[in-house]
Unconditional design. Structure first.
Length: 716
């Protein structure tokens, strides 16, 4: 910070100087003073950089910057340096989907990206190479801290929004009502969130299957629509016993008032040696119901002497029942296929983290235990496809320790080690040959070093990670898509193994991130021909590792009423495969780089007006065994107006994907099979929203949760 000026009494100034000298961050100093003193007048002037490095984390200040007016939390995150993606699925550049924590509590429901407002956010911390205290599957973490509201009493909030699709003419309305009451250290909160999902994808699909004597080709449009109504109820209480002790409980209940509907339509011409032999029209309708889903977290956060204690216990239960009918009209033979499937999942998880100062730093050590049971059932009216009733049990017990040390002007360093014991049992009572037992003991070291060189902050970090396949990918049951297409998982999938080396640097409003990743046992999908003439899409491990290099440069200048958050970068993987086709073995390269350019322009004017021009571009390039052979371009225009004396009412209008170029065209070569799928997403929308706050006070809930990566896998 270049300059800070306080206007107060002399006694208060002395106290402020003492507090500032002992605090690690300027903002923490101000908050400490707010707790001890009631200042009549404090004027703060300064030029803090919007993004700075702290260890191997990039911290972007939101409060007091144009980013605070971004709209929802999802709309904010895609603008933060080091991030990209969409408002519904934000990603960390080069690392993929992160775990997102809000005030130490992991975001359990993706709808929170829409429910939380950007003006409530204090800062966002992006960790692109997490340490040993996080699950070994976590490749990136985003930690969000909200603004601390002063005072006690009742606070209310109401948000109403609608997304109208301008191309296909349908709506996605949603609304949130929340209430919070705080008095004498007790904080009670509750909210209701209603959401109508209407998702549509319009694609064309071409598949070629080759044998020694013929070429089988099918081509045509493929469309999918998915509709359901969802209600989420949240309630909880936090009790601040003292400055050093707090505890609480929180419950999230998800309910669907009636079954959702999923429709998939294939309308394909079928050729054999370039001669039209069939026309297949397949209309698949699925009715999906969900029993009441539970997620309960209870926590204790405290300090006994110098010993810090953070304990969490989680219980999660969810499920899905699907009735599916598939009507096929064909020149060869019409068909009517019925199938049913269901899943039931239950999770218990606990996490304990202890911290204690040692020498010039702090030791963090603890344990995390996750116990999961999942049942998958599948029944179909076809003799050629087996029914399935499988139980999957996965228990994971982990222990970790990490030491961070501050060497003052020589920088700071940390080393950590995580041990995980995983036991997995797969048992299909419909097929006794499909029984698998696996026990694994794995060690995951981490290390990081950061130092300031002049005005440049730098950090270098190393970690070893893993990725366990989702429970869906481990389901051996063959799912019927059409007479020409089937899908299955594999209970014998190996875990991916990742070695990551990441470098970060920051100078004023410029930040640089560069990474190298070595990935062994990559998990992907592969297409195989079958004896019935259909293709089987199955999860497999590749026998070759994938090496990936990436580099991203972010700039955040601000000139007058205009501010810019821009990122440019490149990501390149090194992968080739020797595949077998009808003419023998040949080599396929998946090494074309992907280029990224994001530019978010904000114009902040007087009288509460704000305008945004947002541009996101991604070139063609390769990911795993998929080559996206077209570019993706999204242009968004936003207008926002704040009303009332305290700006408690905000009106917002936006037009998204103005150029209608949000698309992805993927090609894969499997030897005997080649697939080209061109996707167009329904993102050309008009968004309207209204947000009103009355005496809003944010919850002080401090639960962080346990077994969070496993919870994410349960939903896939």
């Amino acid at each position: 910070m270049k300059k800070i000026v306080f206007r107060m009494t002399a006694v208060m100034a002395v106290m402020m100087m003492a507090l500032t000298a002992n605090a690690q961050e300027p903002q923490d100093s101000i908050e400490s003073v707010n707790k001890l003193l009631e200042l009549r007048e404090v004027v703060v002037k300064g030029n803090l950089p919007n993004t700075r490095l702290k260890g191997n984390a990039m911290i972007t200040r939101i409060q007091g910057t144009p980013l605070a007016g971004s709209g929802t939390l999802g709309e904010l995150l895609v603008k933060v340096p080091g991030m990209t993606g969409t408002d519904e699925a934000p990603e960390v550049l080069g690392k993929g989907t992160p775990l997102i924590y809000i005030n130490g509590r992991l975001m359990r429901d993706g709808n929170e990206l829409k429910r939380l407002r950007s003006e409530d956010i204090r800062d966002v911390e992006v960790i692109n190479n997490p340490g040993a205290k996080y699950d070994a599957q976590v490749r990136a973490v985003v930690r969000i801290r909200t603004r601390k509201q002063q005072g006690e009493g009742l606070g209310l909030g109401l948000t109403l929004a609608d997304e109208h699709d301008l191309r296909y003419d349908f709506d996605r309305p949603q609304g949130t009502f929340d209430v919070n009451y705080r008095k004498n250290g007790v904080d009670v909160f509750a909210s209701v969130y209603a959401f109508h999902q209407d998702y549509r994808q319009y694609s064309t699909l071409e598949e070629i299957m080759k044998t020694e004597d013929k070429v089988f080709r099918q081509y045509g449009p493929y469309t999918m629509t998915w509709k359901y109504n969802s209600l989420t109820y949240t309630t909880g209480v936090n009790w601040q016993l003292s400055d050093n002790h707090s505890l609480g409980v929180r419950a999230d209940l998800t309910h669907r008032p009636k079954s959702g509907t999923n429709q998939v339509i294939y309308d394909e011409d079928v050729f054999t040696n370039d001669v039209l032999t069939d026309h297949l029209y397949s209309h698949q309708t699925s009715k999906e119901s969900k029993p009441l889903g539970w997620l309960i977290n209870t926590y204790y956060n405290g300090k006994v002497g110098k010993l810090g204690i953070d304990f969490n216990f989680d219980f999660m239960r969810n499920g899905t029942d699907t009735d599916r009918e598939n009507v096929e009209r064909s020149q060869v033979q019409d068909d009517y296929v019925l199938s049913k499937s269901g899943t039931r999942s239950r999770l218990y998880a606990t996490k304990l983290v202890l911290s204690y100062p040692v020498w010039k730093g702090e030791v963090e050590a603890g344990t995390e235990m996750t116990f999961v049971n999942r049942n998958n059932t599948y029944w179909i009216e076809k003799e050629a496809i087996a029914n399935s009733d499988a139980d999957v049990t996965e228990n994971n017990v982990a222990a970790f320790a990490e030491y961070c040390c501050d060497f003052k002007k020589y920088g700071s360093a940390s080393v950590g080690l995580r041990y995980e014991h995983t036991l997995m049992d797969y048992d299909d009572i419909m097929d006794k040959d499909k029984r698998h037992h696996r026990s694994m003991d794995e060690w995951f070291p981490t290390a990081a070093y950061s130092v300031t060189l002049g005005k440049v902050q730098t950090a270098l970090s190393y970690s070893m990670k893993t990725y366990r396949p989702s429970f869906f990918a481990m389901n051996d049951a063959i799912t019927y898509i059409s007479r020409y297409m089937q899908q299955a998982g594999s209970a014998q999938l190996l875990n991916e193994r990742v070695r990551d080396l990441t470098f970060n640097a920051s100078y004023k409003w410029v930040t640089l991130t560069a990474s190298y990743e070595h990935l062994s046992n990559p998990i992907t999908q592969w297409n195989f021909p079958t004896s019935t003439g259909a293709s089987l899409c199955k999860h497999i491990n590749l026998d070759k590792p994938i090496n990936t290099l990436s580099a991203y440069l972010a700039v955040t200048p601000r000139i007058g009423f205009w501010s810019l958050n821009a990122t440019a970068g490149v990501e390149k993987q090194d992968l080739y495969l020797d595949v077998e086709g009808p003419q023998g073995i040949y080599r396929v390269y998946y090494d074309k780089p992907k280029y990224t350019l994001n530019a978010f322009n904000t114009f902040t004017l007087k009288h509460g007006w704000r305008f945004d021009v947002n541009l996101m571009y991604r070139s063609s390039g390769c990911t795993y065994v998929f080559y996206n052979n077209t570019y993706n371009l999204r242009l968004g225009l936003v207008a926002q107006k704040s009303l009332l004396r305290d700006n408690s009412l905000t009106l917002r209008a936006a037009v998204l994907d103005c150029l209608q170029r949000n698309r992805m065209n993927e090609f894969s070569d499997y030897g005997f099979n080649q697939i080209q799928q061109n996707n167009r997403f329904s993102t050309h929308k008009l968004m309207l929203s209204l947000n009103y706050r009355l005496n809003a006070t944010r919850s002080k809930y401090k639960g962080t949760g346990a077994g969070k990566e496993t919870q994410a896998r349960m939903g896939s």
